[in-house]
Design a protein around this ligand. Structure first.
Ligand code: FAD
Length: 393
């Protein structure tokens, strides 16, 4: 068994590291406005062809270019972005939505949405969750009613992250309430400057800004529909498929642990001993390092499966579950180790390491919620991996 990446992917890693070293500044890393996206960095990555490079080759129209990076290279890109702490949420959404449009969209959407997304000119956002349906996303109630060649949309979405920066939202709507819930959904790409849309910020404990989005008689043409009428669930499945293109990079604890090691090497306890010389402290740091290596094993396996052309489902759930739960655990351990000072936030004079560990501690729990909560993910692992009976829904 060989865990090494092939030479071309390692050569790409070197290229990415050099790019990040040259382009990441303290301003890039400053996400104090809660938006985990930096336009300058995003556009430079698009100019290097890294957004279009991630889209499957067979979907790329000749005039767009790209499709020339394989999924192992994409895993390397995501890993390096995460290790550098780069604010790159926009990249994942752009690649996923563009791929869906190129596979299932009409010519109008390909030109209006996919091209600008892959050139880094605009962003998209995911409009799936609603106040009453997050885990059970197929229960969406936002209504789209047909009116001749148009659709009229009314409802509310919750957690439409990046909507305040994005040009489009991919919106899951209910078009038929008379059939079982999965069969009455239709997906649209909706331009966020359409009349009747309101975007309200939602601030989270983890500093991240998300949004509630409201749709009040929003009128769009049928050309904005993606997939069949009442066929929205099939489009959701395509979205999952394209998330594999941005697999890997499940190391949220790695920057946290680096910060903790720096802290322990430079901080003394009440007896004047460096924290790193305390065996109990070292044991916790080593335990965290072992977990990160387990995350690496999970992430590399999913990247390898994707590169082989295998659809990973439960393996992705296992990766996400272990990475997010261990991140939360590590943040808790490390904050404990710092004592009360650890609670000082960014901006406070005495905040250790500029408050970065406290920030990780507030951010870690949310990673166990978005993209599927830990409970839902455990259900999937129990059913699909351990073969336990299906959980009652
Ligand atoms: C910061 C942030 C950003 C997000 N960004 C986006 C985005 O861009 N677009 C988008 O569409 N969504 C987004 N989400 C929404 C996210 O996907 C949902 O929050 C998540 O799926 C959980 O849904 P919910 O919040 O409605 O909780 P609920 O589904 O109401 O769950 C509440 C609790 O019940 C548990 N639970 C629910 N069902 C079961 C079950 N069957 N078995 C066991 N336990 C269960 C859950 O695990 C959870 O603990 C974001 C969320 C957050 C917090």
């Amino acid at each position: 068994m060989d865990f090494a990446f092939p030479p071309h992917a390692e050569a790409f890693r070197t290229e990415v590291r050099e790019f990040l070293a040259a382009n990441i500044t303290p301003e890039t890393l400053d996400v104090s406005d809660g938006t985990i996206h930096d336009w300058d960095l995003h556009q430079k990555m698009a100019a290097k062809g890294w957004l279009s490079g991630a889209v499957p080759e067979e979907l790329i129209p000749p005039d767009l270019g790209g499709g020339d990076r394989d999924l192992l290279e994409m895993a390397v890109l995501i890993e390096e972005l995460q290790l550098a702490g780069a604010p790159a949420d926009g990249l994942g959404v752009a690649v996923c939505v563009a791929s869906m449009v190129l596979e299932l969209g009409n010519d109008f959407l390909k030109e209006t949405v996919a091209g600008p997304l892959l050139r880094g000119e605009v962003l998209a956002s995911f409009g799936y969750s609603e106040p009453e349906s997050g885990s059970d996303v197929a229960a969406a109630q936002t209504k789209a009613a047909r009116d001749g060649d148009h659709w009229v949309i009314n409802g509310q979405k919750m957690w439409t992250t990046l909507a305040h920066e994005a040009a489009f939202v991919i919106l899951l709507t209910r078009t038929n309430a008379e059939v079982p819930k999965h069969k009455g959904l239709t997906m649209f790409l909706v331009p966020l400057d359409a009349p009747g849309i309101e975007i309200q910020p939602v601030w989270t404990m983890g500093t991240e800004r998300s949004n509630a989005t409201f749709y009040d008689d929003v009128r769009i043409g049928d050309e904005w529909r993606i997939g069949e009428v009442d066929g929205g669930w099939a489009v959701m499945k395509a979205a999952l498929k394209y998330e594999r293109g941005i697999a890997g990079g499940q190391f949220p604890s790695a920057p946290l642990l680096d910060a903790a090691i720096t802290y322990c090497r430079t901080t003394t306890d009440a007896d004047g001993r460096l924290l790193i010389d305390d065996p109990t402290v070292r044991e916790q740091l080593v335990r965290a390092r072992i977990d990160i290596e387990v995350c690496r094993g999970f992430a590399y396996k999913t990247a390898w499966m994707a590169a082989q052309g295998d659809f990973f489902g439960v393996e992705g759930s296992m990766t996400k579950l272990f990475a997010s739960e261990s991140y939360k655990q590590h943040a808790h351990w490390i904050l404990d180790l710092m004592g009360p000072e650890g609670l000082l936030q960014h901006g406070a004079d005495a905040a250790p390491l500029g408050g970065s560990i406290e920030e990780h501690w507030r951010h870690a729990p949310v990673t166990t919620i978005y993209g599927g909560t830990s409970q839902i993910t455990r259900n999937l692992v129990a059913e699909q991996h351990l073969g336990l009976p299906r959980a009652r829904r």
